[in-house]
Design a protein around this ligand. Structure first.
Ligand code: UDP
Ligand code: MG
Length: 135
């Protein structure tokens, strides 16, 4: 059994798409074992998005990600990391295939509805970042 960190981004919450996205995760057979709504700080985003913090678009990402609440989740299942990345679709919204969450709902690469960990190792780091060291 594998775990991944999933986060419904502010555009997902604002547009009333939480139920739709959660349904897709559950329909695929993944289990949501913890979930919380929270408002992110710039500090935690600098850590979470350290790999893109030098990019010119990063200030816009911080503004967007702090513009309203997000929903963090621990999602478990066989190959949950890769399986969720496939359900989510590509990062670039124009590349995200129809039928994926981003392909169906993202309105730009910045406003792309959902975050999912990119490796098992990062999944564990992200779960602890958002749910604490005992999670
Ligand atoms: N992002 C962006 N422009 C880019 C690359 C990334 O706005 O050219 C944003 C996008 O919202 C993405 C997030 O930064 O989801 C994190 O980037 P990453 O490369 O980790 O993509 P992800 O893992 O979310 O698919
Ligand atoms: Mg990523």
């Amino acid at each position: 059994m594998e775990r991944t960190y999933i986060m419904l981004k502010p555009d997902c919450v604002k547009r009333g798409l939480m139920g739709e996205v959660i349904k897709r995760i559950e329909d695929k057979g993944f289990k949501i074992t913890n979930m919380k709504m929270m408002t992110l700080t710039e500090e935690i985003l600098n850590e979470h998005y350290a790999h893109i913090s030098d990019m010119p678009f990063f200030p816009g990402i911080v503004e967007y990600m702090t513009s309203g609440p997000v929903v963090g989740m621990i999602v478990e299942g066989d190959n949950a990391v890769l399986g969720m990345r496939i359900l989510m679709g590509a990062t670039k919204y124009e590349d995200a295939a129809a039928g994926t969450i981003r392909g169906d709902f993202a309105t730009s690469t910045g406003n792309n509805i959902i975050h999912g960990s990119d490796s098992v190792e990062n999944g564990e780091i992200e779960i602890k970042r958002f749910f604490g060291p005992d999670a």
